[in-house]
Design a protein around this ligand. Structure first.
Ligand SMILES: O=C[C@H](O)COP(=O)(O)O
Length: 319
């Protein structure tokens, strides 16, 4: 995880001067989404990097000990051992970045990871009335404290969209600041729920306010909004991260989440990070992909790559 962002004083003038060039952002997002042919072995390397950055997630009403248990064993061994051997990655100890669950499942996840030999993998808990945040502040803060007490090392909070939509940025700052305090030593990811913020300018402002309040990561979505992680929103958020870093010297991580299901999508997000912020922001300390099913496609693509190489070496027809 990142070294952490202590946050800075609220700066209203900074927020009010935010400018987003919509057409340039749109053009850039289109290019990112369409171009690139990557050599197959580079693609496999990027896919493995993506695995290390996944917050392997289950956030469903029917979550139980048994599906959390399965998720945790997968988190410890995310890729089949024979594939890792073929890719000469079998001695690396590859795991996902974290396991992400509801507060009530944190203790289950901690115990399951222990049983799987993966206690070093952090458990991230959503909190603060996820996904809508429509509960009293006192309850939202208490939820954080309970998840931390149960062993969560990362807390994914949701911001108060009502305050964002009425332009009460100071109000958001104050709430997120209290949430940061409630997180104690746990790292705080702030979910903006960008699909409900109305404009990209609001997305940029919300990103800045959360970072000022001490967010260690800013995260696009809960996965439950109508529109979740889009490249347009991602670009706006990573540019806010860059501006915050240039002005304060603090590095804040980024987590796109919701609807990221293919290896190709994961690689597009990684190249966005590399091109906009540099290689450091393609590592799990500063980059996570919030996803429940992405791993399935990555494993499938790695299998095709390994089998394709084997077939070529042994002159086995692929069709
Ligand atoms: O934070 C993670 C998201 O809730 C996961 O969304 P997903 O199920 O669309 O991958």
């Amino acid at each position: 995880m990142a070294a952490g962002n202590p946050g800075v004083e609220f700066d209203e003038a900074w927020i009010q001067n935010v400018y987003v060039n919509l057409s340039a952002t749109k053009r850039r997002a289109e290019v990112l989404g369409t171009r690139r042919t990557v050599k197959k072995q580079w693609q496999a390397a990027w896919e493995l990097r993506a695995v290390a950055c996944i917050d392997l997630t289950t956030l469903a009403g029917d979550d139980t000990l048994s599906n959390v248990n399965r998720l945790c064993f997968k988190a410890k061994s995310p890729v089949r051992p024979d594939l890792l051997k073929a890719l000469e990655m079998d001695d690396v100890g590859l795991t996902v970045g974290a396991v992400c669950v509801y507060p009530n499942r944190v203790a289950d996840a901690i115990n399951s990871l222990k049983a799987a030999g993966g206690s070093h993998i952090p458990v991230a808990s959503v909190a603060t009335g996820f996904p809508c945040g429509q509960t009293p502040l006192k309850t939202r803060l208490e939820e954080i404290r309970m998840a931390v007490a149960d062993g969560a090392r990362e807390i994914d909070i949701v911001i108060n969209r009502q305050l964002a939509l009425t332009g009460d940025w100071k109000g958001i700052y104050e709430e997120v600041r209290m949430m940061k305090e409630a997180c104690s030593d746990a790292h705080m990811k702030t979910i903006l729920a960008t699909g409900e913020l109305g404009t990209l300018v609001n997305v940029y402002k919300a990103s800045l306010v959360c970072m000022m309040a001490g967010a260690d990561f800013i995260k696009t979505s809960t996965g439950k909004e109508g529109v979740n992680a889009t490249l347009m929103v991602g670009l706006v958020m990573v540019r806010a991260i860059r501006e915050y870093f240039e002005r304060t010297g603090y590095k804040v991580g980024f987590k796109p989440a919701g609807g990221i299901r293919s290896a190709k999508d994961a690689c597009t997000w990684l190249s966005l990070m590399k091109e906009e912020l540099g290689d450091e922001w393609t590592q799990p300390e500063l980059f996570r992909l919030g996803a429940s099913t992405l791993l399935v496609d990555i494993e499938r693509q790695l299998f095709h790559f390994v089998y394709g190489r084997y077939a070529a070496a042994h002159e086995i027809p692929m069709s």
